[in-house]
Design a protein around this ligand. Sequence first.
Ligand code: ATP
Ligand code: MG
Ligand code: FE
Length: 341
Amino acid sequence: MLVLGIESSCDETGVALYDTDAGLVAHHLHTQMAMHAEYGGVVPELASRDHIRRVVPLTEACLAEAGKSLTDLDAIAYTEGPGLGGALLVGASYANALAFGLGIPVISVHHLEGHLLSPLLAEPHPAFPFVALLVSGGHTQLMAVRGVGDYEVLGETLDDAAGEAFDKTAKLLGLPYPGGPLLSKLAEQGDPNRFTLPRPMLKSDNLEMSFSGLKTAVLTLVKQVQAESGELDDATRNDICRAFQEAIVDVLVQKSLKALKLTGMKQLVVAGGVGANKQLRAALDAAAAKRGFAVFYPPLALCTDNGAMIAYAGAQRLKFAREAGGFGVKPRWDLASLPKA
Ligand code: ATP
Ligand code: MG
Ligand code: FE
């Protein structure tokens, strides 16, 4: 079965073709980052309009890459939510119209289920069950995953998501949008021993997390440095980036270990944009080697938003496919409410 996947929940138009026999056969992406950079954040109306411009050429590029035509498609999967309403509507309209025209099923996919299952696109990948650390721009959750659609939230952030904390901290350090990945690059050059920032809720005996205080702690540190020595020089800024990253990685690793212990599971899967973070990967790999569990990541290019994870999740849910006709989007949508496959 050949499934076309369409992602348009935020500022990336992602289109991919997943073949249930051959695997991922094509995957194209357009990121709107440069367009939104001028405004320091995503402008929803501009995002919707750009998805309209991109979705057809990206679909054509995927078909050309795979040497397929529209009539080879068996189903179309699209992100129904959560995300920006207008942006989601572009993917939903295109997917439903195309599926209706071709007379094939259309499958609505939960964006976070896409992220969650994306490590299964890598080789080797784990079999169920596993603990998932979902760390994206809008979400930070630890989940027990026992099958497709069988997700138990074990703990989550009470305020900012990890990616959001990266982005907001980058902004207050004066880094250009989108700051998260850049902050992490600068952190690599920073001294881990110069500053120490708090590890929020590290010692709490549950799996809840909190990252908004960390951002405030960075702000306080910046003000303190400025009061002492005027301008924030590059080396000091890099050291602060490092201290921030050390703190966030420490919390994510310790909470993941706690989740593995609590569930008795031996496999950890990391998904979402922050899963691209090198220091997080290194720390989790080291913990896994020491404690004898296995850790899995999505391919690096599939950590942030993409169509491949939507095509893949759609393929796993083919039997839930709806007949064309009548569709909507769900800007807010609880992952735990999904049916088991
Ligand atoms: P959600 O999936 O929760 O709706 P989203 O789609 O915006 O949110 P993703 O695309 O999964 O989130 O990831 C984007 C986030 O990942 C951004 O917050 C970005 O800063 C962060 N990110 C990307 N690369 C890195 C990195 N190397 N280190 C830290 N954070 C990173
Ligand atoms: Mg994005
Ligand atoms: Fe995402």
